[in-house]
Ligand binder design. Structure first.
Ligand SMILES: [Zn+2]
Ligand SMILES: [Zn+2]
Length: 347
């Protein structure tokens, strides 16, 4: 059987480039992809650290696009030769949440995610169900194609926020998700500021022309109050997973808070009466939902400044170096300063 190169995650701290048999089309709705490019996500780092649910001996990589090379007998919507972006979150379509428009709350969504619970895109080939494939137009290259799913989560956030042209927006955390929200806010809102602690990412925010504050150095509540002429932010997007208390301090009465960053180890203290008294809207949200097609449209029309987003594109063989650049020392599992926003492997 023919072999392919793939990064297999064996267990906490153990990821290796190895050879696996090329997967074969079995189910009628199977699509076999020749992976073209795959992005490295913050949640991949969390998986390697053991801070995210995982399944040992899985090929990681959930931000990927590829070319269709074989299809099952019931595949009708994509064909051999199509270039497709992938929604890695497989929704069952049958549970009551799926059937009532909450497919991101699907009871099975965590059991089958590509690149988390079943083999993903850190490989030369990947088997995906047809319904996870979205055909890419020629205007979107392979590198951008890896980020359609990432953008889809942010577009879901934008659909929920309904950002207005006179909003003051604060984005807490300037990783790839904070970056995308900040670009939307720059296009739409009256004023936007971001926070970040990592020096490299602070420099990227400056390169984007954004106002950026380091919460370890300044009082963010004081800064946002000055920045908004005493009002505070109409919208606070919490893209770190650990700053909900700061978000609640920085939002204006009647304003919206989007807790978007994910960190299940964090607990926080809130005063319910403050939410009531100041009519704060806390908007929970998880993943993208019906937002792959809108995201393709946004990239196709080049609506976001993505220049400083992609720090580098590397070949699959050099993949391990990317984890270090994204702040994880693979030997010790200690954190170190980041040297990248988004790294994409070309396969
Ligand atoms: Zn991701
Ligand atoms: Zn479901």
């Amino acid at each position: 059987m023919d072999k392919m190169r793939a990064f297999v995650f064996h267990d906490v701290g153990k990821i290796e480039l190895t050879e696996l048999p090329i997967p074969q089309v079995k189910d009628p709705d199977d699509v076999l992809l020749k992976v073209k490019a795959v992005g490295i996500c913050g949640s991949d780092i969390k998986i390697i650290e053991g801070k995210h649910h995982f399944k040992p001996h899985t090929v990681l990589g959930h931000e990927f696009c590829g070319e269709v090379v074989a299809v099952g007998t019931h595949v009708h919507h994509v064909k051999v030769g199509d270039r497709v972006a992938i929604d890695n979150n497989i929704r069952c379509g049958f549970c009551s949440f799926c059937r009532m428009g909450l497919s991101s709350q699907c009871v099975e969504i965590k059991t089958s995610a590509l690149g988390v619970m079943r083999d993903g895109g850190y490989a030369e080939y990947c088997l995906v169900p047809e319904k996870q494939c979205f055909v890419l137009p020629p205007e979107i290259d392979d590198v951008f194609g890896t980020q359609v799913e990432t953008l889809a989560t942010v577009v879901n956030g934008m659909n929920t926020l309904l950002m207005l042209p006179y909003d003051y927006v604060l984005v807490l955390g300037f990783g790839p998700i904070g970056y995308l929200f900040a670009q939307f806010a720059k296009n739409i809102a009256a004023k936007v500021a971001v926070t970040e602690i990592d020096p490299f990412r602070i420099s990227v925010a400056k390169e984007c022309g954004l106002t950026v504050w380091n919460p370890n150095e300044v009082d963010v509540e004081k800064k946002i109050t000055e920045f908004t002429y005493g009002r505070k932010a109409d919208i606070v997007i919490e893209a770190t997973g650990n700053a909900l208390e700061t978000a609640l301090k920085c939002v204006t009465p009647g304003g919206k808070v989007l807790p978007f960053g994910m960190d299940s180890s964090i607990t926080t203290t809130i005063v319910p009466n403050e939410i009531t008294r100041w009519a704060t809207k806390i908007l929970g949200l998880y993943l993208g939902q019906n937002t792959m097609v809108p995201s393709i449209r946004i990239f196709q029309e080049n609506r976001l400044n993505m220049k400083p987003f992609f720090t580098k594109v590397i070949p699959l063989n050099e993949g391990l170096s990317a984890f270090g650049d994204l702040g994880l020392d693979l030997q010790t599992l200690h954190h170190k300063p980041k040297r990248a926003m988004k790294i994409v492997m070309r396969v």
